[in-house]
Design a binder for this molecule. Sequence first.
Ligand code: COA
Length: 156
Amino acid sequence: MGAGSAVVGFGLNLRPMTDADLPMVAEVEAAAYSHPWSMNVIRGCIKMRYDAWVAELEGVIRGHLFIQCVLDEAHLLNVCVHPTLQGQGFGRQLVAHAEARCEQLGASRIILEVRPSNKPARRLYRDAGFERIGVRPGYYPGHGSREDAWVLSKYL
Ligand SMILES: CC(C)(COP(=O)(O)OP(=O)(O)OC[C@H]1O[C@@H](n2cnc3c(N)ncnc32)[C@H](O)[C@@H]1OP(=O)(O)O)[C@@H](O)C(=O)NCCC(=O)NCCS
């Protein structure tokens, strides 16, 4: 599979993100996260040439994915599905696509951070074979105090 678009099931179409997608990606991001990435952060990720994908359903962006790959290690920076569509298997498809892309990019390992309070994401990653390898204290902003991140890893 190249870096073109990929239909991965249930009509979900994954294609590389472009600058024109920014407003919709920011909208999904804001709907899905308590502390979403700003438009500037998203723009910066594209500018940095991170591997960025949108997931479309019937032509409407409903999810996104950001991967940073350095040598043989990939960092899964963001996996996001619009709240109205969560729990239908799309997150699992995005993670499967991320793994395929990481392999294409030459990674032998994927790491990511997740909030311990984010049970859906923890279960998604656990089921995909990720294991906890560490904690980054106070990594995430919170309501009041900051929240730790669990660092998860999977060898490809
Ligand atoms: C995490 C996220 C990407 C999962 O996407 P999704 O489309 O809902 O996930 P899926 O429907 O593919 O479900 C995959 C697994 O996630 C877990 N999961 C999904 N929704 C869940 C829920 N409400 N409660 C608990 N576990 C849940 C389950 O393990 C599920 O597997 P199962 O259906 O076999 O039980 C989505 O919840 C999301 O975008 N959240 C906001 C952004 C975010 O937190 N991203 C991760 C940052 S590390």
